[in-house]
Design a protein around this ligand. Structure first.
Ligand code: GLN
Length: 285
């Protein structure tokens, strides 16, 4: 297992992973769509690449900037308040829809959190106004009467080639009964925090990201959370999501680099595992 430097200053860089990367990430509206410090997700991707000697290139695409659907391996958009979503929604369609569709069509990863997730759907309806989305996911979101859906949340997800079978990791997770039960069924647990007024409804053929173990999920009723089509993923989980679920960060890195997650060098994830277990506990698992 490569030794992982905890401090950047003065730490020796690991030797570059031959043939892997760089991971080219594009953050959309990094300033406007960054509620609950969602940009922490990008830091996790960067660190986990760096610790493995995989290069990492971060670009940004803000208001008015065209999006190149060929230039990046992973496209990221965080959550945002209704006001900021309105600002971004029109721009997303005008300057980034074609790029995002091209990226998804060539199986690049597109990860969207909460408000960003809502904008990947067909529409977000609030105050009798319909904000159009880019329709990468077959979902519609409606701001209905009723309380905001707030709280810690845990979901079970089934993903192709998801990491987790390594005995060391399974051993650590064994203390969390839900996690081990889920793993036996080929599922993994994602834990996070949700806070949304919109309720999201999936089209008939749209696959959710996961099933709700604790919390509200897409609409508080369906038992479904998020949506996934191939490598395009929307979820309500903040936290930020990836620091609380580093196994998922690795899955995303692997998908974006088009390798099996098992090909990624294992890291010393003791602290990250504790973080995950504590996020699961906070959700009531
Ligand atoms: N503004 C959206 C809603 O309230 C999304 C909020 C968020 O990103 N947390 O539903």
């Amino acid at each position: 297992m490569p030794e992982r430097p905890r401090e950047t200053a003065g730490a020796q860089s690991p030797s570059p992973a031959p043939g892997l990367g760089p991971l080219r990430v594009c953050a959309l509206y990094a300033d406007l769509m960054n509620i609950y410090a969602d940009r922490g997700n990008l830091m996790v991707l960067e660190r986990r690449c760096a610790w493995r000697g995989i290069g990492f290139e971060l670009s940004a695409s803000g208001l008015g900037e065209r999006l190149d659907g060929d230039a990046h391996d992973l496209y990221y958009i965080g959550g945002g308040q209704d006001r900021d979503q309105r600002l971004c929604a029109h721009d997303l369609i005008e300057t980034k829809r074609a790029g995002l569709h091209a990226a998804a069509a060539r199986d690049a990863v597109v990860l969207a959190i909460c408000g960003g997730y809502q904008l990947l759907g067909h529409s977000y309806t609030l105050d009798e106004q319909e904000i159009a989305g880019v329709a990468l996911l077959d979902v519609r979101t409606v701001r209905e009467q009723g309380p905001r859906l707030i709280g810690n949340v845990a979901i079970a997800v089934q993903l192709p080639d998801a990491p987790g079978a390594a005995p060391a990791r399974a051993g650590v997770h064994a203390e969390n009964g839900f996690e081990s039960a889920a793993q036996e069924g080929g599922e993994r647990v994602l834990a996070g925090f949700e806070n949304h007024g919109g309720r999201t409804y999936l089209g008939a053929g749209q696959q959710p990201l996961g099933r709700v173990l604790k919390g509200h999920g897409n609409d508080g009723r369906s038992g479904q959370e998020g949506a996934r089509t191939g490598n395009t993923i929307g979820t309500y989980l903040h936290g930020p999501l990836l620091p609380k679920n580093v196994w998922f960060a690795d899955w995303l890195i692997a998908r974006a680099l088009r390798i099996d997650p098992a090909e990624l060098a294992p890291l010393d994830d003791e602290i990250e595992t504790q973080t995950h277990v504590s996020a699961c506990r906070a959700a009531g698992l």
